[in-house]
Design a protein around this ligand. Structure first.
Ligand code: ZN
Ligand code: ZN
Length: 361
């Protein structure tokens, strides 16, 4: 079929929208008509100069939700008419990782795939995360389609695919925050707001949000932050955080990425059990530099992809939480756009003017 999709064709070139052909579903694949797709920083890294990549062009987009229209041969767990969230990490259900409760990183996620469902001018084109959700139709593996209940709005829960899973999951599934615990969240963008949501759902007694953009304070408080600090107007941020938390928080989340920030996050947690979750992508070739004693004093540094949530068996729980009013995602989406305006959508993100921008198809 003929489709319109947003794609990158080189680093440091604006994202483009163009015509493609899309294959129908082959064995183990499903065709999904997307209703909505969220814009994410990691899509931007294919055209803003921050990622080393050569396989251009590439159809971007990895946050999406829609309705299954057709299933290929051998598909058993998804049916036409199902409402699904597209997920970047597959869950095959049978590999050692899928059988372990310890991780969501299905072994098939790391196996290279040669299948290309998009083509442009006769050339096969890669799709980011084997999804390419900046297109109204996608053909994806059955193992990357997460079936959810049908009574939640697809143009909201599309954000569970990346920001929601990563943020909420980091607090609940990665950190396993306990009721009454304290958290510091560095960076209050789409991911950080979801960490705040997750910490609130976990029953945190105190959630301190940190962001240099004063416009983030309101949404962070709505999500559940009990205090919000701006580093630009807080001369000794680390000292202030230690004082506020009586020596350090139980948990810290780095939702920005970068050596200095991650180090501060680790140092802002308490001796003995303070746990820091590394979420933000480090720009360029930066490495982690920590004071060894900070770790030897019993602090922990952990990380995860998509918040340790198994993407087909556990992610539907987040849609349930939304339906029950526990997860308040409506606060997250700040802008809705058409596919053709996607360049403007990424401008809003770059300028820090947006929380989550969603394409409505
Ligand atoms: Zn993402
Ligand atoms: Zn697996």
């Amino acid at each position: 079929m003929q489709v319109r999709a947003a794609f990158a064709f080189a680093q440091n070139q604006p994202i483009a929208v163009g015509d493609f052909t899309l294959d129908g579903p082959g064995p183990g694949e499903v065709l999904v008509e997307l209703r909505a797709a969220g814009l994410c920083h990691s899509d931007m890294s294919f055209f803003d100069g921050s990622r080393v990549w050569s396989d251009y062009p590439i159809v971007l987009g990895h946050e999406g939700a829609g309705v299954v229209r057709e299933v290929g041969p051998g598909v058993t767990s998804v049916r036409a008419g199902d409402h699904v969230i597209t997920v970047g990490i597959p869950e095959c259900g049978t590999c050692p990782a899928c059988l372990s409760p310890r991780t969501n990183l299905c072994d098939t996620y790391f196996q290279p795939t040669t299948r290309r469902v998009f083509a442009q001018k006769g050339q096969q084109v890669r799709a980011f995360c084997e999804l390419g959700t900046f297109c109204n139709f996608v053909t994806i593996r059955e193992t990357q389609a997460c079936v959810i209940r049908r009574d939640v709005p697809l143009d909201v829960v599309c954000c569970l695919a990346c920001a929601g899973a990563t943020g909420v999951g980091s607090a609940i599934f990665t950190a396993k925050m306990e009721p009454g615990s304290t958290a510091i969240v560095f960076g209050l963008g789409g991911i950080g707001l979801n960490v705040v949501e997750g910490a609130r759902i976990a029953g945190a007694s105190r959630i301190i949000g940190i962001d240099t953009n004063p416009a983030k304070e309101g949404p962070a408080r709505t999500a559940g932050a009990t205090e919000v600090l701006n580093p630009a107007t807080t001369p000794d941020l680390l000292g202030t955080l230690r004082e506020m938390t009586g020596g350090g928080a139980d948990y810290a989340f780095d939702c920005v990425g970068g050596t200095d920030l991650l180090r501060m996050a680790v140092e802002s947690t308490r001796i003995g059990w303070g746990t820091t979750v590394s979420i933000g992508i480090f720009p360029g070739a930066q490495e982690i530099a920590l004071r060894p004693r900070a770790i030897q004093e019993g602090r922990r540094l952990i990380g995860s992809y998509l918040g340790n949530i198994k993407t087909r068996s556990e992610l539907p729980r987040l849609a349930d939480w939304y339906a029950e009013g526990r997860l308040r995602m409506d606060n997250l989406i700040s802008h809705r756009i058409d596919l053709e305006d996607i360049g403007h959508g990424f401008d809003l993100i770059r300028q820090g003017a947006a929380r989550r921008v969603v394409i409505d198809f």
